[in-house]
Design a protein around this ligand. Structure first.
Ligand SMILES: C[S@@+](CC[C@H](N)C(=O)[O-])C[C@H]1O[C@@H](n2cnc3c(N)ncnc32)[C@H](O)[C@@H]1O
Length: 238
């Protein structure tokens, strides 16, 4: 069973759970600077440049894309948020067409302005969207969106990708949870409740075994490269 994941946001208004609309308000609000879009291109680019962790992740994603070979038509990032990894990836692979997506219009509009090198920035809801619009040779990048969906939703997402003929997916979990991490997460949440500190339900933490089970009915796991607390799963059609 995945474990419930909580986070303490700096909001004056209580936020009981984080859904796509709550994400959008975080992107435009001012109370949580780490999640908020910068107000100018210069500030955005300087923040991206500072994020050497995202550059390292982008390099690993670039290597995974190159290992797929010459048939790749584009890279499509689903739930790209502020698009920082994607900004580095576009610098590393400038000639590969890139599409960044997120489910709410205002975040997408901000990213479109701040990341002009990205070939297309569009609204796409991973739960409802038609994956065939990206074409069969696109690599779908699912970077740090693993907590957003329940097991049933993840199964549906992989099933929709498969039935649309999506051949390649790079799945990069927010983190791969050990038993220790899951226990700590639950204990921290209980401690906050005892101390009457407000936290927000932010989705689900999965173990490697849980991820493998969600993926493997629809896609074959061709590669698994551990990176810090996460990994890059390279998935191809069964
Ligand atoms: C933890 S953030 C990760 C953002 C970005 N990939 C990163 O690594 O910084 C999760 C992202 O998932 C997006 N998201 C939430 N629900 C979604 C949905 N139904 N379809 C697509 N994206 C969704 C949110 O808007 C948010 O940008």
């Amino acid at each position: 069973m995945p474990t419930k994941h909580y986070f303490v946001f700096n909001n004056s208004e209580p936020m009981s759970h984080l859904d796509k609309d709550a994400w959008d308000s975080l992107r435009v609000g001012t109370e949580n600077p780490a999640f908020q879009f910068e107000t100018t291109l210069e500030k955005y680019e300087s923040n991206c440049t500072r994020r050497t962790d995202c550059r390292e992740m982008a390099k690993a994603i670039r290597d995974a894309i190159l290992s797929i070979g010459a048939g790749v038509s584009s890279v499509v990032s689903l739930g790209a948020g502020k698009g920082i990894v994607e900004w580095h990836l576009k610098k590393l692979l400038p000639s590969l067409p890139m599409i960044c997506t997120d489910p709410a219009e205002s975040g997408v509009a901000s990213l479109r302005q701040l990341f002009p090198a990205c070939d297309k920035v569009m609204v796409f809801d991973m739960l409802k969207g038609d994956y065939s619009v990206f074409g069969k040779d696109a690599v779908l990048l699912m970077n740090r969106v693993s907590t957003e969906f329940t097991p049933t939703e993840w199964k549906q997402i992989f099933k929709s990708c498969r039935s649309s003929g999506v051949k390649y997916i790079l799945f990069v979990p927010t983190e791969i949870a050990s038993i220790r991490l899951k226990t700590m997460e639950t204990l921290r949440h209980l401690a906050r409740r005892v101390l009457c500190r407000r936290d927000t339900f932010c989705g689900w933490l999965y173990s490697r075994r849980e991820f493998d089970m969600l993926i493997s009915s629809q896609y074959s796991i061709e590669g698994f490269k551990k990176i810090g607390h996460s990994a890059i799963y390279k998935l191809t059609l069964l």
